[in-house]
Design a protein around this ligand. Structure first.
Ligand SMILES: NC(=O)c1ccc[n+]([C@@H]2O[C@H](COP(=O)([O-])OP(=O)(O)OC[C@H]3O[C@@H](n4cnc5c(N)ncnc54)[C@H](OP(=O)(O)O)[C@@H]3O)[C@@H](O)[C@H]2O)c1
Length: 316
């Protein structure tokens, strides 16, 4: 029969969500709290027009600063990060926004960052592992770039900061993943230091994102009872429906912005009452079920132990 009034309401609601994006509803203050956000500290108009969601790191940092937090931008480019620091300070009137150098493609740099941070910052309440690359090439330590930066760099960073997070409970770790985690199974040979020329940017990226999901799962298992919780996040839209296929390319190009892309990270960083979902995967500010190979606790544990050896946290 003819569409009913409720049908139009449903379609309009869906269109509204795609166009405006789901927003984190929490208005919690972060006064007196310290947050680290890794990754890009700015977004350019070029990247905005090509991919409406890039710049999630900066938007997340901006939101944390608006809530009154002390925010450490952990980035590799001093110039760009300092420009972002000034921009965020200006927009939020919060002078507690600082830059600290971190190159996740170098385990040495990760260790140096952690040392400087732990010496100079007495507290850490929220760690947001945001930086992510999908490039061909290798890290200083010989890992493929995607896996080295997105997984191993953040794995080491989180481990080195874990005691401080435990001292500052309730505290959280947010791990930026991606729906691309679905596209691969975990292949440990792909995670090892590979031979020259054997990297594939996209597959490495998908692998690293599967590692991110499994890492958050195992981290939460290890943190049970500590009041430190962690969450993995897909920052874009979650489900693929016929309507999304039509609307998303248009809506993403025209309407969605980095602020929208940052909402699920922000939600997992601050929303009260989600602690029982520690270790789970979120998108559109909601917990989602991951596919079977991304919720296998035995594989998650094996990845953890493998990663400890790769980054030198345990003997080879
Ligand atoms: N954008 C999306 O639609 C989307 C979708 C799914 C998942 N994600 C995930 O969400 C996260 C944020 O994505 P985004 O697109 O918004 O990225 P972004 O916040 O704009 O920037 C991520 C940044 O990571 C930084 N980075 C790269 N290599 C680094 C290194 N060696 N050390 C330190 N930082 C490094 C780069 O910053 P500089 O270039 O400034 O140095 C890079 O641009 C990523 O983990 C991404 O995988 C994004």
């Amino acid at each position: 029969g003819a569409p009913k009034r409720e049908d139009y309401c449903l379609i309009l609601s869906i269109v509204f969500i795609f166009v405006t994006g789901v927003k984190c509803k929490s208005d919690v203050s972060l006064n007196g709290r310290t947050v680290i956000v890794t990754g890009k500290a700015y977004f350019s108009s070029l990247s905005l027009s090509l991919c409406a969601n890039t710049g999630i790191g900066k938007e997340t940092a901006l939101d944390m600063a608006r809530r009154g937090a002390r925010v450490v931008l952990a980035c590799r480019s001093k110039d760009r990060a300092e420009a972002a620091v000034l921009d965020i300070r200006r927009k939020t009137s919060n002078n507690q926004v600082v830059f600290m150098h971190l190159d996740l493609a170098s385990l040495k740099s990760v260790r140096a960052f952690a040392e400087t941070f732990l010496k100079s910052e007495p507290q850490l309440h929220i760690l947001i592992n945001n930086a992510g690359v999908g490039l061909v090439g290798k890290t200083e330590d010989g890992f493929s770039m995607g896996v080295g930066v997105n997984h191993f760099g953040h794995f080491l960073l989180t481990n080195l900061l874990l005691e401080r997070l435990k001292q500052c409970v309730p505290s959280r770790v947010v791990v930026l993943a991606s729906e691309t985690y679905r596209m691969v199974g975990l292949d440990f040979s792909k995670l090892s230091r590979t031979e020259p020329g054997h990297t594939n940017g996209f597959l490495d990226y998908a692998h690293s994102k599967l590692c991110n999901v499994l890492f958050a799962r195992e981290l939460s298992n290890r943190l049970e009872g500590t009041n430190v919780t962690c969450y993995s996040v897909h920052p874009g839209e979650h489900s693929i429906t016929w309507l999304m296929l039509i609307l998303v390319p248009v809506a993403a190009l025209l309407f969605r912005d980095p602020e929208g892309g940052a909402q699920t990270s922000i939600h997992c960083a601050v929303q009260e009452g989600i602690e029982r979902f520690s270790g789970r995967y979120f998108s559109d500010c909601r917990v989602r079920e991951v596919v079977a190979h991304a919720r296998d606790d035995a594989v998650a544990r094996k990845l953890w132990e493998f990663s400890e050896r790769m980054v030198g946290l345990s003997a080879d």
